[in-house]
Design a protein around this ligand. Sequence first.
Ligand code: AQP
Length: 351
Amino acid sequence: MSQTQSSSADITSPAQTERKNVIFSGVQPTGNLHLGNYLGAIRNWVAQQNDFDCIYCVVDLHAITVPQDPQALRTSIREVTACLIASGIDPDQAVLFNQSSVPQHAELAWIFNCVARLGWLNRMTQFKEKAGKNRENATVGLYSYPTLMAADILAYKATHVPVGEDQKQHLELTRDIAAAFNSMYGADIFPLPEPQIQGVAARVMSLRDGSSKMSKSDPSDYTRINLTDSADEIAQKIKKAKTDPEPLPSEMAGLDDRPEARNLVGIYAALSGATNAEILSEFGGQGFGIFKPALVELAVSQIAPISEKMNRLLDDRAEIDRILKKGTEQARARAEPVLAEVKKIVGFLPE
Ligand code: AQP
């Protein structure tokens, strides 16, 4: 599944440091969260919230880099928040809020637009993929998405960012922007944040095409398992997932030219906490008639409880709004002093 079995950046346990590591990550409210979001990022967010200073954000400013229906966006902000809580994010432990409610993100992004170079942004592959052939018609926001992402992270001086493999290049740009700002102004204000990329689930691929990533915006719902899917929907999607007639091999090398099979093995491994090799030693020689039902059982056991909890949470929308409001206040209290420091350094405020 993962093309690059990337290593997670080591993070020091709080017992070993005087200052806790600050972890920031975000997810776009552009539709239902899916298994790729969960295995590539959110599961890692949950794992860290007990031990570190975690700030998690529903990045609605990023969402409007492509057209959004306002009513659908409003709904999605609440649904994604509920889904994060149902996945295990505890708003009493982590700061949980939506990006547009903290104006410091947009303010810092503008300052970073005046630090980042066109040449750096021109190299961003996500822009090329999302803009496609119609590049001239893409929004300026889609192009400058990575400078806003840098602002999201650096407004809290975050040191670590748990993301999927697809965001690695943007994280590198964030480091470049932090270093360029520090150097331009002779200030040691921003840390160079480290990506934390999950090895086995760094890039979960579409169930219908092993060469493209599982994505919320794919027009076909059969390409992804949503965290809102019922047990029946999960079973249907896995049953219909593209495979080939060959049995599973016993060694990883046997999956080299079988991207769809490799993806399903990777999903099984990530859900079960085992390695790809361990899964192949269990299922090697078996056909998909055996493997797929086992994967359905595993996926349903982990995803169905999230979907049930999310539906219960959505019965009380006022409570979700209250959680976001509390997170917004916490986030603003953290970002305001950083912006004040930046404004002094840039020359907008007296020293
Ligand atoms: N397929 C994936 N495999 C592993 N990780 C993934 N992530 C997204 N897709 C996969 C990680 O999930 C986090 C939140 O992503 P996002 O919603 O902010 O944006 P995205 O990466 O653009 O995800 P989508 O689903 O493809 O959304 P759309 O279709 O709206 O663009 C990130 O850490 C991301 O790496």
